[in-house]
Design a protein around this ligand. Sequence first.
Ligand SMILES: Nc1nc2c(ncn2[C@@H]2O[C@H](COP(=O)(O)OP(=O)(O)OP(=O)(O)O)[C@@H](O)[C@H]2O)c(=O)[nH]1
Ligand SMILES: [Mg+2]
Length: 293
Amino acid sequence: MIDGVLSLLVGRTVWYPGHMAKGQRQLEALSGALDLLLEVRDARAPMLTASPSLRDIPKSLFVWILLSKADLADPEVTAEWLEYFNGQGRRVWTLDLKRGVPQTLKRAIAELTPSSSSNREYREVRLAVTGTPNVGKSTLLNRLVGRKAAAIGGVPGVTKGVAWFKGQGCLIADSPGILDPHSDARAHRMLSWISSTKGQVIGSWSNLAYECVGFLQRHGMTSGLESAWKIDAARDPAEVLENIGRRLGRLLPGGVVDIEASGKAFVESLGAGRLGRLSLERPGSPPPWSELS
Ligand SMILES: Nc1nc2c(ncn2[C@@H]2O[C@H](COP(=O)(O)OP(=O)(O)OP(=O)(O)O)[C@@H](O)[C@H]2O)c(=O)[nH]1
Ligand SMILES: [Mg+2]
């Protein structure tokens, strides 16, 4: 039954609002005047959340990778990612932005000097944060400038345009989250599991949830689901969702579970990390979305 429902999701329904295209153009336009780009990726899925905006930037620009929401990812897998990126000669940090920014990152930024390659009339180092939606770009910026300068929020699409903020001895540009409009629809659906795209624009919440529960079951990652809602997570995904709905009291008249509301609660809980620490990708493994139909 689920296979039939999921096949409806295979069509390309990528969410690509106007502010993303505008943000990407703005970032590309200013990239020649930057000393550093901070590419924020979600530690739970560092390849899935690789930034598509890096294609048209000068090859000489330093790009450091910041794995955000490391507090929500499996620490062992995050350690593998650090090793992977270090092995590629990349500079990489993990972030738990609820706590702050690592001193080593602050120091590394403080040690930068304005690049002499661009013709500039200013002295401050200039950097920009980039990344897919909702990965924590604005939270990072606020942490770096030491105040709540940029708006943040738990849903993707909060930042709508590039804006500069003054930090200590540097200027930092915030930018809107950007998705690859040509990405595989399965990858796009998976982005909604970690709240990096809007689930409701992709398809029905219940279909997203069925697919996600199946993925977690295949990868032995359902313990958080069980402890959050005290349900048997080994059941058929439709049954799991139904039981979540009952637990949460998401009932329609007549006592029938509102399966869309249940799916929404499940996907949003997963994205917000309420179902335990888990990672969707491991270095060297095939892209996780390739196993979806
Ligand atoms: N647990 C956890 N939550 C984080 C972390 N960083 C950011 N968040 C939360 O993630 C949500 C998104 O943060 P934002 O800083 O608005 O993300 P953004 O990338 O600027 O999002 P857009 O502007 O919408 O693309 C907020 O609810 C933050 O509190 C982190 O390291 N750990
Ligand atoms: Mg933002």
